[in-house]
Write a protein that binds this ligand. Sequence first.
Ligand SMILES: [Zn+2]
Length: 451
Amino acid sequence: MTASAGLYWNPELETLPWPEVERWQAQQIERALPAIRRRSAMYRELHEALPEDLRLASLADLDRLPFTLKEHVRAAQDAASDDAPLGRNQGVPLREIVQALSSSGTTGKPLYYGLTRHDCEVFADAIANTWYTAGLRAEDVVAHLVGLPMVAGGLPYADGFRRIGATLCWLGGFPTDRILREMRRLRCTALLATTSFGLYLSEQWEAVGQETGVPSRLAKVVCGGEPGLNQPEIRHRITEGLSITHLRECMGLGDVISGMWSECEAHEGMHFNAQKHVAIELIDPASGEVLPWRQGATGEIVYTAFDREATPMVRYRSRDHALVVGMGCSCGRTSPRIRCIGRTDDMLIYKGMNVFPTAIRDLVASRFAGHIEPMLRIWKARREQVRFDDPLPVDVEAAAGLPAHRYAEFAHAIENEVRSQCQVRVQVSVQPPGSLPRGVYKNALVVVREN
Ligand SMILES: [Zn+2]
């Protein structure tokens, strides 16, 4: 059992110099490619022009392979049949698939992925590694607050908690007030939730304690599923509201493995924890050029899952944009540390410039802390609207202490700040405290105005 080693889930790989990890991964990918092509019709077509015996001297040679885009995966799935409900990327016969997963489907139709017994092992190991890096241990009683078993953050996360030996309390799916009471009664020491829910919980936790009369045992909180925890104001609210100091961010991608990144005790960006099963590249999203992993670099993350049978993924473009916070770490792990900047899917275009709603939210949260809540709502006229030529309509929420006669003054100040820092014009409306929706799952930053 590697878990008993104490500091790391996988001591050998987590502390191996990163170039050596990449060399080892290149060998694994070279070995896996012929089988992937044999089994997946999608990859037979995508890799048609490649030589049969492609050699990968290093991970840099991956740039000889084409990217896999979500559109490829979607088209492959649209060719589903009775024998292959997962479509042209189904790499094994149905009898070998033990589980189907669904992407959350926030943009368009959901995509489905399959897991063989081996894939389940791969998922559980990578996700366990992610929880272990985030500081969860066998002694923990973990409240798992994702309510949908079929999404990648559902059953696979649960398997990861059990794999590290923690006590799984899968409370997600119950009504919110019941979740809160049961967390107190079960003496949960840790919880996993979206950042939105973490914020919501921090506002309710005290009251539930008074109602149940059970003192809080909560010590560790892991949040993810959406950007936000890189904001000191949001972190502060969650740690204050729950009286904890152990707050870690996590991230994954349902199409690859749902838990791959998490923060260690240094709290300086999320480590990559799936190196045993997945290789990562950083690319310039516009040109597709591969960028070196070095501190300060930004780009889109590309994943190659070289150890996956049912629905393989090679050079899959995640559409997640990351900032590389650093390489190496005081904790001894060697994997890159990143912060997620935003998703291409959420990106808006104002007069030809790319804008991430999270960037505006983060700016408002940091500059107007104490007066304005760290949340935001951008309105668009139609679901498919991405381009804006007029100022973006933005709602923010006043903090409890801000008198209503100062709303207009703050709206104006935010407009100026966003314009000077993000080069975007916004039209801000300050709303009274409590008026923006607090989602139990994820808070949408951009919403469609119904007429
Ligand atoms: Zn670290």
